[in-house]
Design a binder for this molecule. Structure first.
Ligand code: SAM
Length: 292
């Protein structure tokens, strides 16, 4: 059997009982470590499972799937994924390859940022398309996410924005010389995301995100418990002005609040506001949210 097992969002204890049983029955365990991270290191997972983990980077999952799937006809092999196997980044490709060569497959679900984002008080039913924001470079500043964001904004829906992470990245020089030397991991911060949104808005001029009139919610380490999880909300302009430490440690996500904001959503989120009075004013005057 080839298992893909969701690990949930926080630490070694978030795995489900069904997931743990599958881990215990597997002869090889791969940990997918490029689309998300847990707040605990690989070693702590290994200690908890009592088994070694093989780190699977993007290269390995995409180009060495035969090796990952080796012997899975006769033994259990598992790929462990932070969050849910189908949360945000799907793992359908390797499942299709397994099925094509007759290996039975089993997916074990867990919490994902795609549903845990509800912690901010906004209704999951009122979210539109999720978009990803990548680190801009001098030569690559992709802005196609803006069109998806505009579609959501036009419908009054909320937008979950996932922020880029760069793990196991090579410098151009090391890449050119074929040296497997990797840069330290980088995680996009909330102020950086707000700055990139403002840059694209300035370029496109679509009025989709107006810093003083757009409400937004920053989430960090959702599911990590009171010592880790942070939720901070305000206008985009306010979030952009906060020092990065206000938002806590990575991983971060950003939500752009849609116009169909219900007063209960606004009231719940208000408890996380940088300035609750301004939050309510914008909710009332710009979003026509009725608190009476
Ligand atoms: C490519 S997605 C992978 C999501 C994961 N497979 C899942 O199901 O949750 C990674 C992005 O999701 C967001 N993210 C994941 N876990 C998060 C958490 N606990 N708190 C806030 N954002 C999170 C971050 O923006 C991160 O860069």
């Amino acid at each position: 059997m080839f298992y893909i097992i969701g690990l949930g969002l926080s630490d070694e204890k978030d795995i489900t009982l069904r997931g743990l049983e599958a881990v215990r029955s597997s002869t090889r365990l791969y940990l997918e470590a490029y689309t998300s991270i847990l707040i605990v290191q690989k070693e702590r997972l290994e200690e908890f499972y009592g088994k070694p983990l093989i780190l699977a980077d993007r290269d390995m999952v995409e180009t060495e799937s035969d090796e990952i799937l080796r012997d899975a006809h006769t033994q259990n092999v598992a790929l462990l994924v932070v969050g849910d196997p189908f949360g945000a980044t799907t793992h359908t490709d390797i499942l299709l390859r397994a099925r094509a060569i007759g290996i039975p497959t089993c997916v074990i679900h867990n919490a994902s940022i795609m549903n845990a984002v509800g912690a901010c008080g906004l209704q999951l039913y009122n979210f539109g398309q999720t978009v990803s924001l990548v680190f801009f470079t001098d030569t690559w500043r992709p802005d196609s996410f803006y069109d998806r964001l505009r579609e959501n904004v036009d419908l009054g829906m909320h937008t979950l924005i996932l922020l880029d992470i760069k793990v196991k990245e090579q410098s151009e020089e090391n890449l050119a010389r074929g040296r497997k030397i990797y840069e330290p991991p980088r995680y996009m911060s909330i102020p950086q995301a707000v700055a990139q949104l403002a840059e694209v808005e300035k370029k496109r001029q679509g009025g989709v995100v107006i810093p003083e009139r757009t409400l937004a919610i920053a989430l960090s380490r959702v599911g990590g418990g009171p010592d880790n999880e942070r939720i901070v909300c305000g206008t985009l302009a306010q979030l952009g002005e906060q020092p990065p430490n206000v938002f806590g440690e990575p991983l971060h996500s950003l939500v752009i609040v849609g116009r169909r904001l219900h007063h209960l959503e606004a009231e719940y989120a208000e408890t996380f506001a940088v300035n609750p009075i301004l939050w309510r004013e914008v909710a009332q005057n710009v979003y026509n949210c009725n608190f009476d």
